[in-house]
Design a protein around this ligand. Structure first.
Ligand code: FRU
Length: 698
């Protein structure tokens, strides 16, 4: 058994002691009373195909030749739930049309329960595993009961065979593919045949399986690069935050999740809760594809408290990637969700001409007892729109109108539109795809987050911008900030974003997780501009303060003596005496050969975040700026001073510039020992007027 498998089995046993699996009836204990619960062990030699060949098995026909013994990439492995390195794939030898049988050696039934992984096998009457007695008589047959998952799949599910009436007898297994069809999945996958009672079954409902798998795998994720005070998945993948809400006692944040791997896929909603927006509790997977209308994904959306329930409005992606909006409801405070039989509730016929495959990401808010949803839609050709819908009960939705329609996104669309209200003003915050600017301080990422301020008429849906002309202001000038969610809570508009980005190198995927949310930020609208402030709750976790004052450096650098990677500091830097070619700033996450630079570049008039030497390389998408560098426009005040507030969390850096006028967000992957922080002034003189640092003790 490899170590990963050992860890999985151990954590399954620890975390899920009573999980007997949904779809299968649990085993009766009759006939097993004399036996202590058996530890799972392979039923016979090479019962998991780990010899990498068919040794011990007897094959007939052309479905199960040696070519059917397959090994897969780590990605496929988690997607298919393969155990160990090898499995039997009845497609790979001679395709769907092949037929044949594979006979195991005789083995003794030492436990009342035999489990095995089965995948594929559309027709269980033609593709199955048969148990034969010593004389070759058939005892029972087992087909893949979880083939529709909810769509046809080769994913392996653990299934059980009740052998309680045969304990102590000698039996054989016969893998049968008698399906000559070629219309898809006329083949069987088999792996890891075990006797014993400990392993829980996959092959319950898709949501049970998702939680079972994620729950079992989370113990396998190493601490390296994990954040200390940011939300991230316990295992698997995360992209957009979804359905940010407060239920009167705690915050809920849902997010786009892949429970099975640290790559995008199987789009489900993860769910975590928090009372302080800093500590998050994993509540498991809330919804996962399990219905024809969402078989290709439960994409982004919003949520609201509706009476005693929590309701989610999400983009259900069905046949041909058709995107519509659907509802799931929790009657138990968010522990479990049920999809309504009325789904989809906002159909493509209500999409104001948006393309069927680009009509998504409902953002939900409540005003005067009514629920509203802003939805993004792409028009045929160029341009996209943001649409407004309303509902009294969250189930029956009507179109209100087009909030805005714009060529800004070119061939892309506004993903994840949000709205934040400030009195009678409204800021529409959206994630336009594919916008690039030749100005190095604007739109340097493959996709961006941007906003416009104006007013939103809820009776017509129309957004009227304050500016004369369409002008989308970019919200964050760093690398890793996309797909925001805003929640209004006791007068505060709190925003967070996916702190990562599309088409990037994602080093933590190799460690079983990927994706995180930014620190929640409070929005302030001042003179038509959105300012962002760190959520005040974070200050409750500040440790002792260290202060450095009046450090004057002339073409020099100095270690500040405040090492660490889970901390915050505020700094005021006087750059008035710095010559026009000078730079002044910080080296963070500094260690042998590694540093992340954050400096003011006087010639550019910009704050620069440079992660080219920050540790593991993070490759960027073709549409991105020069790899590893981002610039943010900064104006020193009348005394020549710039002000920064920075948050470091092991593998992330968030910077609030000049009181939140701008922010810059980026991920970095330094060594654990790269903890240094120094101040430097290059090409002349600058003064660190004040540097106030606190560890964050979450
Ligand atoms: C944005 C997005 C959304 C979509 C989701 C799918 O990052 O592309 O438009 O709903 O991700 O995971």
């Amino acid at each position: 058994m490899n170590s990963r498998k050992a860890a999985l089995l151990l954590s399954l046993a620890l975390l899920l002691p009573s999980c007997g699996g949904g779809g299968e009836s649990s085993l009766s204990s009759s006939g097993s009373e004399a036996l202590p619960p058996a530890e799972d062990a392979l039923a016979f030699e090479n019962a998991g195909f780990e010899y990498g060949n068919l040794s011990g098995w007897t094959a007939e026909g052309n479905a199960f030749t040696e070519l059917a013994i397959q090994t897969d990439s780590p990605g496929d492995k988690t997607l298919r739930h393969i155990e160990g390195d090898f499995y039997l794939d009845g497609f790979k030898a001679n395709g769907d049309g092949a037929t044949g049988t594979l006979l195991s050696p005789l083995f003794e039934v030492t436990s009342p329960r035999l489990t095995l992984l089965l995948g594929g096998g559309k027709d269980p009457s033609l593709c199955y595993v048969e148990v034969l007695d010593e004389e070759g008589n058939s005892i029972l047959k087992k087909g893949n009961g979880s083939f529709y998952d909810p769509m046809p799949t080769d994913r392996l599910h653990r299934q059980a065979i009740d052998l309680s009436a045969h304990v102590g007898e000698m039996v054989r297994l016969k893998v049968v593919d008698a399906d000559p069809g070629t219309d898809g999945w006329n083949h069987l996958l088999v792996d890891d045949i075990r006797l014993g009672e400990e392993l829980p079954l996959m092959g319950g409902t898709p949501i049970e399986d998702a939680n079972l798998f994620q729950g079992a795998m989370k113990g396998t994720v190493p601490e390296l690069y994990r954040h200390k005070y940011h939300l991230m998945p316990s295992y698997g993948w995360m992209n957009d935050p979804n359905g940010f809400l407060y239920d009167g006692e705690k915050f809920h944040l849902f997010y786009q999740a892949n429970p099975y791997a640290a790559t995008w896929g199987n789009m489900s909603w993860g769910h975590q809760t928090s009372t302080d927006l800093i500590h998050w509790e994993d509540e498991g997977i809330a919804i996962t594809p399990d219905s024809p209308y969402d078989k290709n994904g439960c994409f982004s959306g919003g949520a609201a408290v509706v009476g005693d329930t929590i309701r989610l409005l999400y983009t259900s992606v069905g046949e041909g990637n058709r995107q519509e909006q659907s509802v799931a409801t929790s009657y138990d405070g968010g522990r479990t969700f049920a999809k309504t039989s009325r789904n989809p509730v906002i159909t493509s016929g209500m999409s104001y001409g948006s393309r069927v495959t680009d009509f998504r990401d409902p953002y939900v808010f409540e005003k005067d007892g009514k629920y509203y949803a802003l939805v993004g839609g792409k028009l045929e050709g160029t341009g996209s729109q943001i649409l407004l819908y309303e509902s009294e009960d969250f189930l029956e939705w009507e179109g209100v109108g087009v909030s805005l329609s714009s060529p800004f996104t070119g061939g892309g669309m506004f993903e994840c539109p949000n709205v934040a209200f400030f009195g009678d003003k409204a800021a529409i915050i959206a994630s336009p795809q594919g916008v690039r600017d030749s100005d190095p301080m604007n739109y340097q990422n493959v996709h961006s987050v941007a906003y416009e301020v104006g007013s939103l008429d809820l009776s017509t849906g129309k957004f009227t911008r304050d500016s004369q002309e369409e002008h989308w202001e970019e919200l964050d000038k760093g690398f890793d900030f996309y797909a925001t969610q805003v929640v209004e809570h006791e007068g505060r508009n709190i925003l967070l974003a996916w702190m990562n980005h599309w088409s990037r190198g994602m080093p933590t995927s190799a460690y079983g997780w990927c994706g995180e949310a930014t620190l929640p930020r409070e929005l302030e609208l001042r003179d038509g501009i959105l300012y962002q402030h760190p959520i005040s709750e974070i200050y409750d976790y500040f440790g002792e303060e260290t202060l450095v004052e009046g450090l004057v450096l002339d073409d020099a650098s100095q270690d500040l003596g405040t090492p660490g990677n889970c901390l915050s500091f505020k700094a005021r830097i006087d750059v008035s005496e710095l010559p026009s070619s000078g730079r002044a700033g910080f080296r963070l996450f500094e260690g042998e050969g590694e540093r992340t630079l954050l400096y003011y570049d006087k010639a550019l008039g910009a704050l620069v975040m440079d992660r080219r030497e920050s540790g593991l390389r993070i490759s960027e998408a073709d549409g991105d700026a020069p790899e590893g560098i981002r610039c943010c426009p900064v104006e020193p005040d009348e005394d020549g001073v710039i002000e920064l507030e920075c948050f470091l969390d092991v593998s992330s850096l968030e910077v609030f510039v000049n009181g939140g006028r701008h922010t810059m967000t980026g991920l970095v992957y330094p060594k654990e020992t790269s903890l240094g922080i120094s101040f430097y002034s290059e090409g002349g003189k600058s003064t660190l007027l004040e540097y106030q640092k606190s560890d964050i003790l979450p």
